[in-house]
Design a protein around this ligand. Structure first.
Ligand SMILES: Cc1cc2nc3c(=O)[nH]c(=O)nc-3n(C[C@H](O)[C@H](O)[C@H](O)COP(=O)(O)OP(=O)(O)OC[C@H]3O[C@@H](n4cnc5c(N)ncnc54)[C@H](O)[C@@H]3O)c2cc1C
Length: 404
């Protein structure tokens, strides 16, 4: 067992980029780093992760890290549920404290239509063995005394979907934990190394072009979320993805009063309290596509106003920080996982939109399995890139926390 307290470096000092790796992964967010870790675990150690900026500088360091598996489709529920099971043991496996808090997740409904959508999810979850059930307003109030369930609200709460295994985690710790574990097993992590081209010959990928020179690779993985279409374009692989900003903010720290993740499907807002006491508030994507990572006042006003409808007692609380990430939205709100049909050896782990952090472990493990064995794992088969041409979309209406 390692010492409980250690002054060891988190990962090795960055060395020169080698001229060849078995696998080059573009993007050092949770997905790229998880793939590197699970490849190393399988004995594939000639792996490089390249990022044009610092570790977790994309959405992995900007997201609100809510984890849950209360999805709606028979394809999505088992996939995200496998991830929750992996999260439950990940801190021990990585020997790194990830501050995973399975405090429970409640989606409140303010209309009959929403409530019947939540009922469908409760039923589908229970059939597939996921712990989710409908609750009435009085039960919600018992679990969350600060929430307003009275009739004077513009849209009174009429029920909710309670998912006990849901919760949140420390997003930076996850990125650092995967990076440290992958580095210890031999993966090379190169930050500030932008990929500017993909090299190919006779329908197969041969490597990447970077600001630090060309690198040969047997396989290349695109794990660049909001920028995935820019990398795919370099490879000549069109993707049905559009990038939209998604914003979040935190308040000043308060005494602990909220130990559930609260989501309103109708008000399009979610709230939870971090271990430091700050309220973490989020919303839906901005209404226009952009690569901007800047926050905006109209979104802040919307988040604040809708949060006050749920928690009127927060009216004097100050917002401390607000930020944005860039989300890679697909037409069916499901990810795109697998080898591109147009280019052998070019793998996609993209289309994560507003919901991909929770899927880091399962996607990382299954993409590593695919690269290593050449066989498509059943859990990712519904999400293959070919589903668009085959017209087999997986309409996952419960992908965004703020949807039904
Ligand atoms: C505000 C917000 C809240 C969210 N909340 C949640 C949530 O509660 N739960 C949840 O499950 N998901 C959530 N998400 C979504 C989640 O953050 C993402 O789906 C997930 O982090 C994607 O991880 P990734 O590793 O694929 O991409 P990223 O973490 O975005 O990493 C991609 C990396 O690619 C790098 N890159 C781009 N172009 C290049 C290039 N040319 N060369 C080299 N590197 C390049 C970038 O620098 C970046 O570091 C949220 C997102 C945002 C923005």
């Amino acid at each position: 067992m390692r010492r409980l307290f250690s002054r060891e470096r988190m990962w090795r000092r960055q060395r020169d980029v080698q001229r060849r790796y078995d696998v080059v992964i573009i993007g050092a967010g949770i997905h790229g780093l998880a793939i590197a870790y699970y490849l190393c675990k399988r004995g594939v150690r000639s792996v490089a992760v390249l990022d044009r900026s610092y570790l977790g500088s994309g959405n992995s360091g900007r997201n609100t890290a809510i984890l849950r598996s209360n999805y709606r489709t028979p394809e999505g529920i088992p996939f995200y549920n496998e991830s929750i099971k992996m999260w439950e043991t990940l801190a021990g496996e990585l020997e790194y404290n990830l501050l995973f808090s399975q405090q429970g997740h409640i989606t409140v409904a303010h209309s009959d239509t929403t409530l019947s959508g939540l009922q469908v999810r409760a039923d589908a979850n229970q059939v597939l063995g996921v712990n989710t059930r409908l609750v009435d307003p009085s039960e919600i109030k018992k679990m969350v005394p600060a929430i307003y369930i009275g009739k004077a609200a513009r849209y009174p709460i009429i029920g909710g979907l309670y998912h006990p295994p849901g919760g949140n985690i420390r997003h930076d710790a996850v990125v650092w934990g995967y990076a440290r574990a992958a580095d210890r097993m031999g993966a090379s992590i190169h930050t500030h190394t932008e990929v500017i081209g993909i090299t190919r010959r006779n329908g197969s990928v041969t490597g990447v072009r970077t600001v630090a020179g060309d690198i040969l690779a047997g396989a290349v993985v695109n794990a660049t979320s909001g920028w995935c279409t820019t990398i795919a374009q370099m490879a000549g692989v069109p993707l049905p993805v559009t990038s939209f900003p998604l914003q979040a903010c935190v308040t000043e720290p308060l005494k602990p009063f909220l130990n559930k993740v609260i989501v309103s499907a109708n008000l399009h807002v979610y709230v939870n309290q971090s271990g430091r006491g700050e309220l973490v508030l989020g919303s839906e994507i901005d209404p226009y596509s952009s690569y901007s990572q800047r926050s905006t006042l109209p979104t802040l006003e919307m988040i604040a106003g809708h949060t006050l409808e749920l928690f009127p007692s927060l009216r004097d609380v100050s917002i401390m920080r607000q930020w944005a990430g860039v989300c890679d939205m697909t037409p069916d709100y499901s990810p795109i996982l697998g080898e591109a049909s147009q280019l052998k050896g070019f793998f996609l782990d993209v289309g994560w939109g507003t919901y991909g952090f929770k899927a880091g472990p399962v996607a990382g493990a299954r993409i590593a399995e695919l690269i290593h064995t050449g066989k498509i794992p059943e859990l990712i088969r519904p999400f293959l890139p070919s589903r668009f041409a085959d017209r087999r979309l997986v309409g996952e209406k419960a992908a965004a926390a703020v949807s039904t």
